[in-house]
Design a binder for this molecule. Structure first.
Ligand code: OGA
Ligand code: MN
Length: 300
């Protein structure tokens, strides 16, 4: 779009966003849309809530700029999308997360540490795919950021599925992959789960291709928890999973979020992969995001 066009498009009286569906504008990459026209500290009317839900279905990731929500307000907004997820897995320091928690690169004394606290966040994944009912949506709000970097990257698994050759679509139809917390910890070089964690979340098979319950669109359901393919020799299954992941994370399926303070970002774990990018001086700068997760349903 030329600049004149871009400029004229934003002049004049702004139409009611919820009436026109123009509340969100697409972001640069393969997915996602943003708005700076919402204040989530105020109650939203029904039409606006529906506009947000529709944009979420269409773009899979939404960025709402300039928010300063406290825990309570963030909880209330997230709840519009479904029941809030509780967190059962213990962190390295033995604690469990609250419904609204923070992800940071800080140690117990509040100082930045060079090594990421949760190193598995730097591998492609979809949240909690090792559970019978994996996460629907994850929401982050940027509270403190490094001067630059600390990006988060997203990949559109619907587009990735659509772009597969027909022969591959036929090959993977009906297959299930086994999702395993234990495998993930090994794969990402993280501390092994405790007996208690394994007992609470034993490996579980989910469809390799899942159908979005709201849009009916098919997408690849893969990532760091995908250990093997059910009923397939281990090596062959690993090969297939790595091939699909390499295909699905090509540049043309990606959006990279460069955080601004006050960004409230939420994405659809049912049809996206995501990962943190270690592109900032982790031992020097603080990165603090508030986080809450909406619980999903059994993938089909
Ligand atoms: C998450 C996550 C990535 C990041 O919160 O689930 O993977 O960039 N975060 O912090
Ligand atoms: Mn995650």
């Amino acid at each position: 779009m030329d600049t004149l066009h871009a400029r004229t498009a934003t002049t004049g009286t702004a139409p009611s966003p919820s009436a026109t569906g123009s509340l969100f504008r697409p972001l640069g990459g393969a997915l996602g849309a943003e708005t700076d026209a919402l204040d989530l500290a105020q109650p939203l009317d029904a039409a606006t809530i529906e506009a947000v839900r529709a944009a979420f279905r269409e773009h899979h990731l939404l960025v709402i700029r300039n928010q300063t929500l406290d825990k309570e307000r963030m909880y209330r907004f997230a709840e519009l999308f479904g029941p809030i997820e509780n967190h059962m897995i213990r962190l390295a320091d033995g604690s469990k997360w609250d419904a609204v928690h923070t992800i940071t690169n800080l140690d117990a004394a509040g100082n930045p540490v060079a090594k990421p606290f949760i190193s598995s966040n730097y591998f492609w994944h979809t949240d909690k795919s090792f559970l019978p009912e994996p996460s629907l949506l994850t929401m982050l709000q940027a509270v403190e950021l490094p001067p630059d970097g600390g990006d988060t990257q997203f990949a559109d698994m619907g587009k990735a599925y659509d772009a597969l050759p027909d022969a591959m679509k036929r090959r993977i139809e009906g297959l299930k992959s086994v999702q395993s917390l234990e495998f993930m910890r090994r794969y990402t070089g993280s501390a092994p789960p405790t007996e208690e964690d394994i007992a609470a979340a034993p490996p579980i098979a989910h469809p390799l291709v899942r159908t979005h319950p709201e849009t009916g669109r098919k997408s690849l359901y893969i990532g760091m928890y995908s250990a093997r393919i059910e009923g397939m020799p281990e090596e062959e299954g690993r090969g297939l999973l790595e091939e699909l992941l390499a295909h699905a994370t090509q540049e043309r399926f990606l959006y990279t979020h460069k955080w601004q303070l006050g960004d409230l970002v939420f994405w659809d774990n049912r049809c996206l992969l995501h990962r943190a990018i270690a592109n900032f001086e982790m031992g020097k700068h603080r990165r603090v995001l508030m986080r809450i997760v909406v619980k999903g349903t059994v993938p089909n």
